[in-house]
Design a protein around this ligand. Structure first.
Ligand code: SF4
Length: 700
């Protein structure tokens, strides 16, 4: 007998699972005692084009999952026991006071996440510096955008993911996608590229794997992992040899090309081909296609950025943009495609070890004075620069950090050297984790605080284009679950911070953030909840009548002289070359159905069904050399550690390369194998190149 629908509730929201931030409505249908849900994309969304992918369609499943934490949990004799919020806050306050009295203010570390709203990211930075007075704060976005951010800051004087709106893409003539698999990671933006292709654009994909994105390509360069910067230099050499350098642009808008130009003669295309594994004819074809085109875009992502020379590599790709003058126009520009839901906004307002709100520097005297007075504290009480996310793990091993407060992150799965990361957290005197679930990291906590979900959170997010969007949170959180910002306010007040944390809504925090960012490079002052309820606005937006800045650098770059700076030729990090005992090149990444360390997506039954376990991709000829069959469990190992995973044979990967996803924890956490080699500038770990070996589990 058909059940009669008794009630329908519409929950307008925004998908939390990538930087496109597709808006949608979750429809909750009640049938007597049961409920069912379906997500409907917002046809008015100008960024997603009214689309959503499988992740968005199933995002709500984790919200209703039975494992969701619904009260604070205190670990007593190894078991988590529900306690009241009053007791939880009192307990944390006492432990933090006692640890700071004994070990100093900097003994407490704060570890944030790139999925927090702008309001929460801002408040977490303020909480660390003002309420805890610690210099030790960083976040998992260090592993996401730090290489591109460092490169963009150095070259352009400003870090924003894309210099243009996505809507400019269909009008261009050539696109280079370097180390970005948008078809799996940001599927709803693929139609912008398809349309460009339909309009005649030539698409070049640079990736060691023939990903779903590579299907878009007119030319696929199957580069050897870790050699992207050399490939970019090869393309620049072709551009110079064939006469596609834009002298007028270089003269009027850049500096530093002369030095670079002389060094282009120091290598040959033969050198480039032998290092990168890309045939010379393809290097020439790619350089020519990009050089000859009137307009063009280059997009990078983690594939070329998550290396010990990641920031340098991004700079080499930007050299191509500057040398051909393809930026600051309607159909020309550069972009690094952000991965995390709020990877852009999360890095702008103070979660990073070296930054204050509005990209201000924590080491710059003027910036310090301004923010200290804004926060109503003495400048000498504002902590100095801390260390990057992985370096915080090392500080825990050294017992410089003895307590940690984690909000929205799962560091024992997401850090390189994951085995050591777990040991470091186990060494702490006190660990507090704010999460929706008992993640792998939360299992180690002394106290877990339950936080609200994307369906329940009102707040702003900043998408990959730099557009600020308003996320509606129509569903009230379950009883005894709090918003992250509420938790921070409660704790700050309990820690005797009388002023500065009296917020009663996310909107009030945003209004303070707007003021804190006023006059900065990431100026949000002209953006308000009222305006965002009608339209998304790209920063900088300095006043209420300003329409935002969808396209950057049309007349000048953000350095004080208005010029962009060419970077010296790329370098290959020391120790390049696989040692004989670890001859394979392991690279890691995402699969379509999962997000970050999978804490939420592994709890969405439909997403888990699509990708139930991690698979190691390898070429059939490689597998044959190791006597490995398709679907067989294997040991995969490096000098750091080992995992057991199932082999997946595919001829869509280089013969010297393995690929494994990073969405699983425990003995399947691929970061157990990844060494903590950090980029010297931005401290991005080298996730995309690990020297590895493998063998079947069963003796053959
Ligand atoms: Fe949109 Fe990204 Fe969510 Fe997919 S994962 S629905 S592309 S926001």
């Amino acid at each position: 007998k058909q059940l009669e629908k008794s009630q329908e509730t519409l929950l307008p929201t925004q998908c939390p699972y990538c930087s496109v931030q597709c808006s949608m409505t979750l429809i909750e249908e009640a049938f007597m005692t049961t409920k069912q849900y379906k997500a409907k994309p917002n046809k008015e969304d100008t960024t997603s084009g009214g689309r959503m992918c499988i992740k968005g369609a199933n995002a709500h499943q984790h919200v209703y999952h039975k494992e969701r934490i619904t009260s604070p949990l205190l670990k007593i004799d190894g078991e988590f026991v529900p306690i009241s919020w009053e007791l939880a806050i009192e307990y944390i306050t006492e432990r933090f006071h006692s640890i700071q009295t004994h070990d100093g203010n900097d003994a407490i570390g704060v570890y944030g996440g790139g999925s927090l709203t702008n309001e929460e990211a801002y408040l977490l930075g303020k909480f660390a510096r003002v309420a805890l007075k610690t210099k030790h704060i960083d976040y998992n976005g260090r592993f996401c955008m730090s290489a591109a951010a460092a490169a963009s800051n150095a070259v352009f004087g400003l870090d924003r993911g894309l210099t243009n709106s996505l809507s400019d893409i269909p009008h261009t003539n050539v696109i280079i996608l370097a180390g970005t698999n948008i078809a799996d990671c940001q599927p709803t933006i693929v139609p912008y590229f398809r349309q460009a292709k339909k309009n005649g654009a030539y698409i070049i994909v640079i990736d060691p794997r023939e990903t779903a994105t590579a299907k878009l390509a007119d030319l696929h360069l199957k580069v050897r992992p870790g050699t992207d910067s050399v490939l970019a230099n090869g393309l620049l050499k072709v551009i110079k040899q064939e006469g596609y350098i834009d002298d007028t642009f270089i003269k009027s808008r850049t500096k530093g090309f002369e030095n670079l130009n002389t060094h282009l003669d120091s290598f040959t295309l033969d050198d480039v081909s032998s290092i990168t594994g890309v045939p010379i004819k393809d290097i020439i074809k790619a350089g020519r296609q990009y050089g000859i085109a009137k307009d063009g875009f280059i997009f990078t992502a983690r594939g070329v950025e998550q290396h010990a020379n990641g920031s340098d590599t991004v700079k080499q790709f930007i050299n191509l943009v500057l040398a051909t003058g393809k930026i600051g126009r309607h159909a020309s520009g550069f972009g690094s495609i952000t991965g995390q839901g709020n990877g852009q906004g999360g890095r702008e307002h103070g979660q990073k070890a070296d930054q204050l709100p509005g990209y201000r520097s924590i080491e710059n005297d003027l910036d310090r004075k301004l923010i200290a007075s804004f926060w109503n504290i003495d400048e000498k009480d504002l902590p100095r620069k801390g260390v990057s996310a992985y370096e915080m793990i090392e500080k825990m091993m050294d017992e410089d950090i003895t307590a940690l407060f984690i909000m929205g992150s799962n560091p024992i799965v997401s850090n390189p050297n994951a085995i050591l990361a777990k040991k470091a957290l186990q060494k702490l005197k006190f660990l507090v984790v704010v999460d929706m679930f008992i993640s792998e990291t939360a299992e180690l906590a002394d106290l877990i605080l339950p936080s609200s979900s994307y369906l329940e959170d009102e707040g702003t997010m900043t998408n990959l284009e730099g557009k600020v969007t308003l996320r509606q949170g129509e569903r009230p959180p379950p009883k005894d679950v709090k918003h992250d910002w509420e938790i921070l306010c409660l704790l700050a007040k309990a820690l005797n911070k009388e002023n500065g944390f009296e917020f009663t809504s996310a909107k009030q925090i945003f209004d303070e953030l707007r003021l804190a960012s006023r006059g900065s490079k990431a100026d949000y002052f002209g953006i308000s909840y009222e305006r965002l309820s009608h339209e998304a606005l790209a920063w900088p937006c300095p006043h209420q009548d300003h329409s935002g800045t969808p396209r950057l650098f049309e007349t000048r770059f953000a350095h004080s002289d208005g010029k962009a700076i060419f970077s010296p030729l790329g370098r290959i990090p020391d120790g390049y070359g696989a040692p004989p005992e670890y001859p394979l090149l392991l690279t890691t990444g995402r699969v379509m159905a999962h997000y970050l360390t999978g804490v939420q997506t592994r709890r969405s039954p439909d997403l888990l069904k699509k990708s139930p376990e991690p698979l190691v991709e390898m070429h059939p000829e490689t597998a044959a050399r190791y006597h490995i069959q398709h679907d067989e469990l294997i040991h995969l190992y490096s000098i750091q550690g080992s995992v057991v995973m199932r082999a997946c044979l595919t001829n869509k990967i280089r013969k010297d390369t393995l690929f494994a996803p990073f969405h699983w924890g425990g003995s399947q956490a691929i970061n157990r194998l990844v060494a903590p080699f950090l980029d010297p500038v931005c401290h991005m770990p080298a996730f995309k190149l690990t020297y590895a070996g493998m063998k079947p589990i069963t003796e053959k």
